[in-house]
Design a binder for this molecule. Structure first.
Ligand SMILES: Cc1cc2nc3c(=O)[nH]c(=O)nc-3n(C[C@H](O)[C@H](O)[C@H](O)COP(=O)(O)OP(=O)(O)OC[C@H]3O[C@@H](n4cnc5c(N)ncnc54)[C@H](O)[C@@H]3O)c2cc1C
Length: 202
């Protein structure tokens, strides 16, 4: 959403029939232009309600410890120490734009249980957990970082025309190559590629 003072983006997804997560994001310049640093939660909420009035369709936002914050990037090379072990967000964070943090946390717990069951010594179980799980998590965390970088440059992307914007959005995490996208959405890719040909002929 573009305003006279900057650009905003909202990630919103339903979690019950009557409620959705509604997460508002903006770049540093926009945040400063609105003076959010000096606004109360209620004032920020009112501004966001006004900016996203169309998307909210007349509904108010419901605050839930709604503070402005930078995404906390957490990554650990060593996953355990003695008889202590890390899982979930304490071990790694994955940007909410790929929506996998909860799944990763639960899958960490499953992987840890399986690794401990497969070994008789706890230390061997913890080593197995890290060796088997780390490459899987690393792939997703890398995709999440690439996706987060895309959102960091959101105002630039908003200047793209429709098909370029859509293509850029879908491929933002670097996990969807053209061949995969062609197999998943042949009509979209045909339209996108046709728009490129028209662009190059002009
Ligand atoms: C704005 C936002 C939107 C998100 N959207 C999504 C999404 O759409 N899909 C998705 O999959 N993930 C999403 N995530 C990520 C997801 O919330 C986390 O990845 C997930 O909650 C991690 O689970 P966890 O159990 O590791 O940590 P948490 O859920 O943070 O649980 C840790 C718990 O430990 C408690 N705790 C902390 N310190 C102590 C202490 N000293 N003693 C006792 N208890 C303590 C905390 O209070 C908390 O209850 C989002 C995150 C954010 C911030």
């Amino acid at each position: 959403m573009k305003t006279d003072r900057g650009s905003f983006n909202a990630h919103h997804y339903r979690y019950s029939p009557s409620m959705s997560t509604f997460l508002v994001e903006c770049d540093a310049a926009t945040w400063q232009a609105y003076g959010f640093e000096h606004k109360t939660i209620e004032e920020s909420q009112a501004i966001c309600e006004e900016i996203f009035a169309d998307a909210l369709d007349g509904h108010p936002l419901v605050s839930n410890k709604s503070v402005w914050r930078n995404f906390p990037w957490i990554w650990n090379e060593n996953w355990s120490h003695g008889n202590r072990v890390l899982i979930g967000d304490a071990l790694h964070t994955a940007h909410f734009s790929i929506g996998s943090g909860t799944r990763l946390a639960i899958e960490d717990a499953i992987a840890l249980t399986k690794a401990l069951e497969a070994e008789t010594e706890i230390s061997a179980g913890l080593a197995r957990y890290q060796a088997e799980r780390k490459p899987i998590v690393q792939k997703l965390v890398t995709a999440a970082r690439t996706s987060a970088d895309w959102y960091e440059r959101f105002p630039e992307h908003m200047k793209l025309d429709l098909m370029d914007f859509a293509y850029s959005y879908i491929t933002r995490s670097g996990r969807i190559a053209d061949a995969r996208l062609r197999a998943m959405s042949p009509e979209f890719m045909a339209r996108y590629e046709a728009s490129k040909k028209i662009g190059s002929q002009a």
